[in-house]
Design a protein around this ligand. Structure first.
Ligand SMILES: Nc1ncnc2c1ncn2[C@@H]1O[C@H](COP(=O)(O)OP(=O)(O)O)[C@@H](O)[C@H]1O
Ligand SMILES: [Mg+2]
Length: 215
């Protein structure tokens, strides 16, 4: 039933990586889930196919098709994760109009923080019409360990009203960058770097689940 849309107009902010890891994490818990790839680059649907885990995906980029399909699909699947495009197009709006949770990954740099602001503005428009939905969950992704920007970014994002800044920070890690090429997720990779990254993602996703539970 719940629909989670991973959105941010900025390319490279980690939307597809988050969407694929989230759907793989939900799938591991036995949930019947569907990934909707709304991005023309098709990163997440190609990635998902390469996992060989039979996790279902559909490519739907057309905003009208997305608006039409989502309510029916939301009835059919326990979880739907939408991987958003790298712009604030109508497809992004359509996703926000049906999502229970809008997850916004944001790199801790000035440019990225500004673009997250635009994304949040769009979410707030939907919240006004839909009586508070979707919930907005911002989180820092691709944060480089030991940099000062992280703290500053947390302050900026944490101060945005009607949105939640998740406390888990996803760090920039080689193992995560390698996952796509290896047809894997950090959940399916072995070794300690994969384990550390997997724990980070699991923490993040548990926070999202808590938000949905409280709704
Ligand atoms: N936590 C991370 N650590 C290292 N590299 C990452 C991480 N998250 C994403 N990347 C890399 O950053 C690039 C952009 O990520 P992607 O998920 O495709 O972003 P988007 O879908 O927002 O454009 C990809 O090369 C991906 O492998
Ligand atoms: Mg992408």
């Amino acid at each position: 039933m719940p629909v989670i849309a991973v959105i941010n107009q900025k390319g490279g902010s980690s939307k597809s990586t988050t969407a694929v890891h989230l759907i793989a994490w939900l799938h591991r818990q036995g949930a019947q889930c569907l990934l909707i790839d709304a991005d023309g680059q098709r990163t997440s649907s190609i990635w998902l196919e390469s996992l060989g885990q039979n996790i279902e995906s559909k490519v739907i980029q057309d905003p009208d098709a997305l608006l039409d399909a989502l309510p029916k699909l939301a009835d059919e699947y326990q979880w739907i994760v939408i991987d958003g495009p790298a712009n604030l197009s109508e497809a992004t709006r359509a996703a926000i109009l049906w999502a229970d949770l809008a997850a916004v990954p944001c790199q801790p740099t000035g440019v990225d923080l500004a673009s997250a602001g635009d994304t949040v503005r769009l979410i707030k428009q939907a919240q006004k019409i839909r009586g508070g939905l979707p919930q907005a969950a911002l989180f820092l992704a691709r944060a480089v360990k030991g940099t000062r920007l992280k703290g500053e970014a947390s302050e900026v994002l944490g101060a945005i009203p009607e949105t939640r800044l998740l406390s888990t920070i996803i760090h920039q890690r080689q193992i995560v960058a390698d996952a796509f090429g290896q047809g894997a997720t950090v959940f399916s990779m072995t070794g300690s770097p994969a384990g550390i990254a997997a724990r980070e993602y699991a923490e993040l996703f548990k926070e999202m689940m808590e938000l949905l539970k409280d709704a």
